[in-house]
Design a protein around this ligand. Structure first.
Ligand code: SF4
Ligand code: ZN
Ligand code: ZN
Length: 343
């Protein structure tokens, strides 16, 4: 006997929702998924009528589902948003060049304007060249820092009011776990926020409409909707630390499916004791981007690359920032310490 959809009781169920355990037909699953994203958007007041919103698009499943659902909800509920796709080309041959082809197809499928900003044009370095210099251990640090700023720069070029990203519930739970394990209180406090206001000049507000969507459901949604997305992993092995947090969460989830939502809930409700020292937000003296040091992370990483001292931006070398700013030469000992290629 085929199982009937527990929502309409009419059609045949084709899946069991990971989030609720309900057996649903395709149409009822689509409706439930879209309705939940809509509720997230409305409850958190993520957008205002008339805003220009850049969708951070990588061609992967999360951002493809985000673009699809944002376009659909914008029309269904008359949000009045002007949507655009915004992509970053990190310069990873055999990976990003292929995924950007997917974004270009999405642009046509969804009839949305697309802007691509590249690391090469912004920083003068592709990730391929960076990995050649720094090796494969800390490459994601460079990539992550550069991407954050690249998205802001692209958003400013497009004059968007807000960027929305495809972070899902699993990503956020992983970040909570990572920040707890690292004792990074400042990030722990920020990482569950569904939206951030502009933290300073050149920083565009961001939001995460898929914050409460499980990764498994995003995959099901993309699969049943037959969305065109790119599913290959980056060739420069993804962030190892996040990988551990991910495996840990998947194990927890198999024993207790609500673990992901529970961790997000815990992260949202943590409060920081009075008197805990938080970094003071200022601006980078070189490029003007937000920074708690005299130079922002991006400028320090770039300086390290350009000087052939890749370790400069890895770890804490804050006391060297002033020397860099005033272009004083480093001592031989400092240079030696920062030169190691495979660290
Ligand atoms: Fe960049 Fe690392 Fe992600 Fe690859 S895995 S795209 S190098 S952050
Ligand atoms: Zn149904
Ligand atoms: Zn800077």
């Amino acid at each position: 006997m085929p199982v009937l959809c527990s929502s309409c009781g009419d059609k045949r169920a084709v899946l069991k929702r990971p989030k609720t355990g309900h057996s649903l037909c395709k149409a009822c699953f689509f409706w439930a998924f879209e309705e939940e994203v809509h509720q997230t958007i409305v409850t958190a007041n993520l957008f205002k009528h008339g805003e220009i919103v850049g969708i951070a698009a990588s061609g992967g499943k999360d951002s493809t589902v985000l673009a699809h659902v944002m376009k659909l909800l914008n029309e269904r509920f008359n949000y009045g948003l002007e949507l655009m796709l915004l992509s970053v080309d990190e310069g990873i041959s055999g990976y990003r060049d292929d995924s950007l082809e997917t974004v270009k197809r999405n642009q046509e499928q969804y009839e949305l304007p697309l802007k691509i900003v590249s690391y090469e044009e912004l920083y003068g370095w592709t990730m391929d060249a960076i990995v050649k210099q720094v090796g494969r251990k800390n490459n994601c640090t460079f990539c992550g820092v550069f991407r954050r700023q690249a998205l802001d720069r692209g958003a400013l070029m497009l004059k968007v009011d807000k960027i929305c990203t495809g972070h899902n519930a699993d990503d956020i739970a992983e970040t909570v776990v990572m920040n707890v394990l690292r004792g990074d209180i400042a990030r722990l406090r920020r990482c569950t926020a569904i939206s951030t206001s502009s933290e300073g000049e050149g920083v565009v507000p961001r939001c995460k409409p898929l914050k409460y969507a499980y990764e498994k459901e995003i995959v099901l949604y993309a699969y049943f909707k037959k969305l065109d997305y790119f599913s290959t992993e980056c060739i420069y092995s993804p962030n190892a630390y996040r990988g551990h947090a991910r495996t840990f969460l998947k194990d927890l989830e198999s024993v207790r499916p609500s673990s992901i939502m529970d961790i997000i809930h815990s992260g949202e409700n943590l409060s920081v004791r009075d008197g805990v020292k938080m970094p003071l937000q200022g601006t980078c003296k070189r490029c003007g981007y937000i920074s708690s040091q005299s130079l922002c992370k991006s400028c320090v990483l770039l300086e390290g690359l350009n000087r052939g001292l890749p370790k400069l931006g890895i770890g804490k070398h804050h006391r060297l920032h002033d020397k860099i700013l005033t272009q004083q030469p480093l001592t031989e000992k400092e240079e030696r310490k920062l030169k190691a290629v495979h660290f």
